[in-house]
Write a protein that binds this ligand. Structure first.
Ligand SMILES: [Zn+2]
Length: 354
């Protein structure tokens, strides 16, 4: 969220927020959050909160850009902070002060208990897309053992206020996804998340999600980790995904990108307001959008804010992008209720409704 308050998120229609365990663990620390009475109190949010296990960041930052690799882009210039993974957990160096840290499944649950989110995740090991099948299988089996340990630690202290999600691993390999899907379904998790490598391209990602969804427990909520493009969400919903999380809408906003509905031939899902073409454009970003930004400000004004490096630009675009995503989700839910959800025909529908 970075640029906005929880009150602004509430006004944009948000119903749940995700907080990063890894970043909060390193700074300011879960004990600090605990002393505030938990995340809900500290950030002034009395609706649902979800925390991840911290694993994804350790592996993605640690390997030097696996986050990008998992989403199909290779970026190996980052310093590596992951020191060693063993059966117990992951040894890594803090990017804040260089200290050595050790994240185990038990520690991840302890941190998430301290943070106090409503929905929490088991620790898993994330493998990059270029990992060979043998490596992916070995890592999936370790993830399963870590998930059992996470569950045991969760049960030991559970007072019913938090619910735990298991994670389905297995990379791009169907037999592994099937095994992992069944393994997670056999445990008494509240919900399940789909994690790990989804392939190298958008098309492959859609195929892996669709293939994996066949093997998850249909009566539990299913979350797709770290995915937030419009077409990716529509594809996920088609396959039965219930919830998504992604930095995309808010990160894009801070870099001048406003989510918009692409025209028929354009697959790009946003416009970049830093572009000179918007310098005299007096229209709102989207005339059908009810957000504070579109109701009151022009594209040209926001273009100027970014040109002048005013932080208000990122704030206004964050409000628009979150409002956009919430409206998309409402439209999708309404189409599902009416029995007319289709990935293609309704792609442009949200912009036509108020
Ligand atoms: Zn708007």
């Amino acid at each position: 969220m970075k640029a906005v308050t929880t009150q602004q998120m509430l006004e944009a229609g948000a119903e749940i927020i995700l907080a990063n365990t890894y970043h909060l663990f390193l700074q300011p620390g879960h004990e600090f959050v605990s002393r505030h009475g938990g995340l809900h109190k500290m950030i002034h949010w009395n609706r649902p909160l979800l925390t991840d296990s911290g694993g994804f960041q350790i592996f993605s930052l640690g390997h030097g850009g696996v986050a990008n690799e998992i989403k199909g882009k290779c970026n190996c210039n980052r310093p590596k902070t992951l020191l060693k993974i063993d059966e117990g957990g992951a040894h890594f160096r803090s990017y804040v002060d260089g200290q050595r840290c050790y994240l185990t499944p038990e520690k991840s649950i302890e941190i998430q208990r301290g943070l106090g989110a409503d929905l929490i995740l088991t620790l898993d090991e994330c493998t990059p897309f270029h990992a060979k099948k043998q490596h992916t299988e070995y890592s999936m089996e370790r993830s399963h053992r870590w998930e059992l340990r996470s569950f045991q630690e969760f049960e030991r202290h559970s007072d019913g206020r938090q619910a735990l999600y298991g994670i389905v691993q297995g990379g791009v390999y169907e037999d592994l996804r099937e095994r992992s899907g069944h393994f997670v379904a056999e445990q008494e998790f509240f919900g399940q998340a789909i994690g790990g490598s989804l392939g190298e391209t958008k098309e492959q990602m859609h195929d892996v999600v669709s293939m994996t969804c066949q093997y998850v427990c249909k009566t539990r909520p299913t979350h797709l980790l770290g995915i937030g493009g419009i077409s990716d969400i529509l594809n996920g919903v088609k396959n039965g995904i219930d919830t998504f999380d992604c930095v995309h809408p808010t990160r894009l906003a801070r870099h001048g990108g406003a989510l918009a509905h692409p025209d028929e031939n354009d697959r790009k899902e946003y416009i970049n307001l830093k572009n000179a073409q918007f310098s005299e454009d007096m229209r709102p970003i989207d005339e059908n959008c009810s957000c504070y930004c579109c109701q009151n400000f022009s594209r040209a004004y926001i273009h100027y804010l970014f040109r002048a490096r005013e932080m208000l630009g990122g704030q206004l675009l964050t409000i628009h992008n979150v409002t956009f995503m919430m409206r998309l989700a409402r439209e999708i839910r309404s189409m599902i209720r009416n029995g007319n959800f289709s990935e293609k025909t309704h792609f442009r529908l949200p912009s036509q409704s108020k």
